[in-house]
Ligand binder design. Structure first.
Ligand code: ATP
Length: 260
């Protein structure tokens, strides 16, 4: 028995999770998702998604691997070059990284749009309020006056001047169908997903195989570092990227662990 065996599975406040716990990030993630469900932000389905992500993160080593860090830099360059970038937020993203999403939107001058698989007016309003509590001034997704071709009504609902018109979209933890449909619309897609075999990262222009908790602030850090870079330099970073190679690297890490 170690001192960590005494940490309760569920805590009331995230401050109660010891910062030096070896599974700190995982405990924090679980806590935020549970809170998200209680606040009506996260759907119960989101807990299943989190469980799947947690297993992949365990195998990856709960750290940002080099290829994911490179992908995050490419994502930053892509967003800085974009004309109308939009960050798509679902119930898990809102629960896990609300302030971090607002910081990224500010760093790359992007809009934030709520886009839910299980869309209800109550959840839309709860997520909007939660994002505003964490610093968002404008949140899109409530107009719901356009739809992504090829998806049935609720799942395809977007804002005409938000995701529908965007040239670059960041879709963390997106479901495969919607990622494919956005790709068919010609969007440049940046996907954050811990499973490199999932359809969403497979169809992404920039797949980041990393936990959204680490990836979102990491893209922001790269964006700040690249803030004054020339368009030529940003373009070169984007063109040098090998998306298939990044996925292969993450899969190798999951299957074989860290090679000497
Ligand atoms: P697909 O439909 O894309 O083939 P799926 O059915 O596995 O895949 P969903 O259930 O829609 O996907 O979404 C869950 C996905 O989100 C999983 O691939 C999971 O690895 C990923 N995921 C869950 N939590 C996180 C997280 N915190 N950070 C990054 N990815 C995560």
């Amino acid at each position: 028995m170690t001192e960590y065996d005494t940490v309760p599975a569920a805590v009331d406040d995230e401050e109660e999770i010891p910062g030096d716990h070896p599974r700190y990030q995982d405990l924090l993630t679980r806590h935020r998702i549970e809170e998200g469900v209680k606040k009506g932000i996260t759907h119960l389905q989101g807990m299943h998604a989190e469980g799947r992500g947690s297993a992949f993160d365990y195998l990856i080593g709960e750290e940002t691997i080099e290829s994911a860090d490179e992908a995050a830099r490419v994502a930053a360059a892509t967003l800085l070059l974009a004309e109308t970038p939009v960050l798509s937020v679902n119930g898990n993203v809102a629960a896990l990284v609300p302030a971090e999403t607002v910081a990224l939107a500010e760093a790359v001058d992007a809009d934030i749009e709520i886009n839910l698989f299980n869309r209800t007016p109550e959840r839309m309003a709860a997520i909007e309020a939660h994002l505003k509590q964490h610093g968002a001034t404008e949140v899109r997704g409530l107009e719901a006056d356009a739809s992504i071709p090829g998806l049935e009504h609720a799942r395809g609902t977007v804002d005409a001047d938000g995701i529908y018109a965007a040239d670059v979209v960041v879709v963390p933890l997106e479901d495969g169908d919607r990622a494919e449909a956005l790709g068919r619309m010609g969007k440049t897609e940046i996907v954050i997903d811990l499973n490199p075999l999932s359809r969403s990262p497979q169809v992404a222009d920039v797949p980041i195989v990393d936990n959204v908790i680490r990836a979102v602030p990491n893209i922001t850090a790269h964006a700040r570092e690249l803030e004054n870079a020339s368009a030529e330099k940003l373009q070169a970073i984007v063109e040098d990227f090998d998306a298939a190679g990044a996925l292969t690297d993450a899969e190798r890490r999951i299957r074989q662990g860290e090679l000497e």
